[in-house]
Design a protein around this ligand. Structure first.
Ligand SMILES: [Zn+2]
Ligand SMILES: [Zn+2]
Length: 143
């Protein structure tokens, strides 16, 4: 694969929120942190995007969940749309909101230290604990 980013489209359950995302790597990660599990009702499977363009007047709700991150959802149907860092450096869009989720490879799992012992994925992935992931994300931010 070349380093070129390509566009992928998706939408929420009701279709009021639609997006066009620019993606460098066709892969996704699973986040096992307690916030993502409460927020999504499952495990947050997300695609790191270089940019995310929303349709005009998308009813996007934004919930600030930490000092550095916010969670975006459709205010009409409640679909989990994306997590993004407040500085705009990271946008992680829900894999399941994309029109073609099977085009992405399961590459990594984060916050594995917060994963309940009651389930696990058998895929071979790169795994990171919460502290390791936060160190990686904040290292990229200029603050
Ligand atoms: Zn919706
Ligand atoms: Zn999480």
């Amino acid at each position: 694969m070349s380093g070129e980013a390509h566009g992928q489209q998706g939408q929420c359950l009701c279709g009021a929120v639609r997006f066009d995302a620019l993606i460098a790597k066709q892969e996704f990660s699973a986040c096992h942190c307690s916030m993502c599990r409460r927020w999504t009702g499952g495990v947050f499977l997300a695609v790191e995007c270089e940019s995310v363009e929303l349709n005009e007047r998308a009813p996007l709700g934004v919930y600030t969940s930490s000092e550095w991150g916010e969670r975006c959802f459709c205010m009409a149907c409640g679909t989990t749309v994306m997590w993004r860092s407040k500085d705009g450096a990271h946008s992680a869009v829900s894999l399941q909101a994309f029109d073609n989720p099977s085009e992405f490879t399961f590459a990594s799992q984060i916050f594995v230290d917060e994963k309940p012992s009651s389930y696990s994925f058998s895929n071979t992935t790169r795994n990171m604990t919460g502290p390791e992931f936060i160190a990686m994300v904040t290292a990229g931010a200029q603050q």
